[in-house]
Ligand binder design. Structure first.
Ligand code: ZN
Length: 253
């Protein structure tokens, strides 16, 4: 049985540990120390590393991990500026780690190299999709990011989503401004509050919930922009333009 555990890093990152018996694969190790601690506590060894994109808080632990565990694969995007990737991946590639098959989808927007590791049971979405939010557009544009988010449509409601940051509560404040009367959203706000009060991660989330409450996945809904400041709304004949207006509001929220 494969287990996915959170390893806390920095102030609000999770390095997800994919554990199968005594072997572990980590996703986006921005720090090495918390990974070493986890391996010690669980009496496991590191079998591989998965990278979603080049940002330092997702990759800075790789060198130290490779010094301790040489010859393990480092999976990551083919077009990444991060130089530590040994197994380069492109859109629609497939890999098997921890006896689990993942399809790679290219999701440019937050960065140009961003990929997500997908299957219908669970997925790692890095900084592309958060609970109740999505990544900032540092390198790509809104049209690109919208088409990246559309790629999640084929995954089932039950698919668990392991994203990299504990941004859920801040994202929910914005989601409530977008849809103050969304009852699923109001219920979820209470649930997350309780988890965080108990010092528990709000993650994983799942696509069924995100489709009901995440303003960025709901950008194409009929009334998605009714609360958005008018100065941020220009031509919204295309769905990506509605997404762009929401993303612009979130950036200044
Ligand atoms: Zn990032």
């Amino acid at each position: 049985m494969v287990q996915v555990d959170p390893i806390k890093a920095f102030s609000d990152n999770y390095i997800w540990a994919l554990k199968k018996e005594n072997k572990v694969w980590v996703v986006d190790p921005g720090q090495a120390e918390p990974v070493f601690d986890y391996l010690k506590q669980t009496d496991t060894t590191l079998a591989g590393i998965l990278i979603t994109h080049h940002h330092w808080d997702h990759t800075n632990g790789v060198v130290a991990l490779l010094q301790a565990f040489d010859n393990i694969p480092v999976y990551g995007p083919e077009n990444s500026p991060f130089e530590g990737i040994s197994h380069k991946l492109n859109d629609n590639d497939e890999i098997t780690v921890a006896d689990t098959k993942f399809k790679i989808i290219s999701t440019p927007g937050h960065t140009l190299d961003h990929i997500c590791y997908m299957n219908d049971t669970f997925c790692f979405t890095g900084d592309t999709l958060f609970s109740a939010g999505c990544g900032r557009l540092f390198e790509g544009d809104a049209e690109m990011m919208w088409h990246s988010l559309e790629k999640f449509a084929e995954y089932s409601d039950d698919t668990l989503i392991y994203c990299t940051h504990e941004y859920t509560q801040a994202n929910l404040k914005f989601a409530l401004a977008v849809e103050p009367n969304n009852t699923d959203l109001l219920t979820y706000v209470g649930k997350v509050q309780k988890l965080r009060d108990d010092n528990q991660p709000s993650l994983p989330t799942h696509f069924g919930l995100e489709r009901a409450i995440n303003p960025f996945l709901r950008a194409s809904e009929e009334n998605s922009l009714i609360h958005v400041p008018k100065n941020l709304i220009q031509d919204v004949s295309e769905n990506w333009q509605k997404f762009a207006a929401l993303r612009a509001w979130k950036d200044e929220f």
